[in-house]
Ligand binder design. Sequence first.
Ligand code: DC
Length: 224
Amino acid sequence: MVSVAIDGPAGAGKSTIARAIARELGYLYVDTGALYRAIGLFALEQGADPKDPEQVLPLLERTQLSLRFAAGEQQVWLNGRDVSQQIRQNPVSMAASAVSAIPQVRAFLFDLQQNLAKENNVVMDGRDIGTVVLPQAQVKIFLTASPEERARRRHEELAQRGQQVDYAQLLEEVRRRDYNDAHRAAAPLRQAPDALLVDTTGNSLEWSVAQLTEIVKERLRDVL
Ligand code: DC
């Protein structure tokens, strides 16, 4: 099986780029952030503090989580409910970042992610795919962009979904999430030594998609 790992901070364009590459290659696109979001959502729904392991860990025993794929689109199912839309609500982002710092949460999600890559050719995006989940991935990309650009993209994305959130608040959240994700002890966000670093600041997503699709295809031609 072939794996393409795409890591980087929130708003660097990972999901748009990974989805487009997966479509082009005929691989399964797996968005691993959705799994952390589902646990963050469950914590919020249950009135648990997402930062507090003592409140979050008992919830894992009651968490049935799966990814399903319908016409290439990923759905996230939590305890028998399709929560694919709910996990995109803005407050769930911070909750996901908080629960993702808990090592037992990461361990809980590890097999699910690895099994998908054992059974399918995948383009998987996240924070630790090239470093921890799929260190054997044939192609690894680390995508980044300036915090301002990422906050701007997030602002647009939320506006398109009808959610009006202040740009300054989003910039602050991007910075806080970057800090949390990069400074946690468990699988912090960092570039794998063999990953290609791509900065998308100032480039349109369409341009980045086209450029990266070519890069990935070329690398796969070399290694396969
Ligand atoms: O990609 P995203 O913004 O939907 O991810 C939500 C949170 O989940 C993010 O703040 C960090 C965490 N995450 C992680 O720790 N490891 C991953 N592989 C994917 C996401």
